[in-house]
Design a protein around this ligand. Sequence first.
Ligand SMILES: O=P(O)(O)OC[C@H]1O[C@](O)(COP(=O)(O)O)[C@@H](O)[C@@H]1O
Ligand SMILES: [Mg+2]
Ligand SMILES: [Mg+2]
Length: 336
Amino acid sequence: MSTTDVIDDTSHIPAELLPVMEALALVGRSLCRTIKRGPLGGSLGAGVGENLGGDQQKALDVMADDAFAEELKSTAVRYYASEEQDDVVELNPDGRFALAIDPLDGSSNIDVNVSIGTIFSIFEAKNGDPDGSFLRPADEQLAGGYIIYGPQTYIVVTFGNGVQSYIYDPDTNAWKLVETAHKVPPQASEFAINASNYRHWSPAIRAYIDDMLAGETGPHERNFNMRWVASLVAETHRIMSRGGIFLYPGDERKGYERGRLRMVYECAPIAFLIEQAGGKATDGHDRIMTQQARELHARTPFVFGSAEKVARVAAYQDLPTDEVNALFGNRGLFRA
Ligand SMILES: O=P(O)(O)OC[C@H]1O[C@](O)(COP(=O)(O)O)[C@@H](O)[C@@H]1O
Ligand SMILES: [Mg+2]
Ligand SMILES: [Mg+2]
């Protein structure tokens, strides 16, 4: 078993990516400590600016972005694309990789002690083509993963050969391999969606959710539970752990026609992980992994989780309009 003082078992990490993973792990354990100290380290949730996507930047967003960019400079990452940077940044001109990152995901939870995270995606760089290194099919990713800063702190990652997870051990200050082939449970009774947007959804999404809310009185003939943490990494970790489905569809709000989540540094890496764990990830109908972003901060509707549930959402989208009506409860196609 190969090991370093940062990651205790590196046998599942491709050798050429090990320095990059160690850099992410170093910053991850430092961010873990900063987040656990909360206000003792200053106001992590204070507004400090606005990013290209129009989201308010919090102090921890910028702190995390700076820390990852600085640490990755000494690795083979040539191009760095971040939620917090308007354009691609060249870190190491001699590098061979392109890394996309959401340095701090779930920013609305920074000040309320709810799990937050980091999401990362790694491609082979296209020399002299910074944007083209990221605007390409998601299935060209070499790695996709997240760090979740919660009651436990984990790195969950795939290199295309199943999903591994490492837990941060504060006693040894190292990351310990705890899972080598994680699978998303195929059955589940939880769905995650921001229900406050109900009136803005398409008829198909409303019908799908109405049928879930109808529970045992509707076509599924059983009850479901709902979750919404407003932290994509926390929702992903729950679904990776016990199954379920997550939906952030496009809606009628201005700027939300393609939903809220970004393809390059949120949806593509999560989709890679979920598919490697036996789940599905789509834009509500088509696989994320065969799609590519047209610009760095492009959004996409995003549905992922237990395979059978994700497939069912696509079936609602295929129904003729006059049938997409939750009162039309005898749709045999959707009986549980
Ligand atoms: O506040 P909303 O509309 O429910 O959106 C919540 C979603 O927004 C996000 O916080 C966006 O990510 P950032 O915090 O990195 O901008 C996701 O983590 C989460 O799933
Ligand atoms: Mg995010
Ligand atoms: Mg973010």
